[in-house]
Design a protein around this ligand. Structure first.
Ligand SMILES: [Zn+2]
Ligand SMILES: [Zn+2]
Length: 112
């Protein structure tokens, strides 16, 4: 069946979704929640077992699980790198520089 955008359920809480936000179908509430959550620097923590089922009625009760569910359904901020927490340095390849004498044209010029 062809999906209508108008009456879809939010992938996070099941409320009425108004369209795609941050790459996933969510309601307005979860959209703004996610926007706030990705700017947060402190870690959200679930007071229970990280297994809260988020519904339209209780979605405010556990931000940690709500945010986790946002990510579960594929929500992500504009930059794809923020989907993976944990810094990774891209600059640690090719540590050697001068181990190949003879192949550099600059070296040849000095030799002549
Ligand atoms: Zn929602
Ligand atoms: Zn929870």
């Amino acid at each position: 069946p062809r999906a209508k955008v108008a009456d879809q359920a939010c992938g996070v809480c099941g409320d009425l979704a108004r369209g795609y936000h941050f790459n996933a179908l969510t309601c307005e509430g979860c959209k703004s929640f996610f926007r706030r959550a990705i700017k947060r620097t402190t870690q959200l923590r679930c007071p229970f077992l990280n297994k809260c089922s988020i519904t339209k009625n209780n979605r405010r009760s556990c931000q940690a699980c709500r945010f986790r569910k946002c990510q579960d359904i594929g929500m992500r901020s504009g930059k794809s790198s923020s989907a993976h927490p944990g810094p990774r340095l891209p600059l640690n390849h090719e540590p050697h520089q001068c181990s190949n004498p003879g192949s550099s044209p600059r070296l040849n010029r000095y030799l002549l």
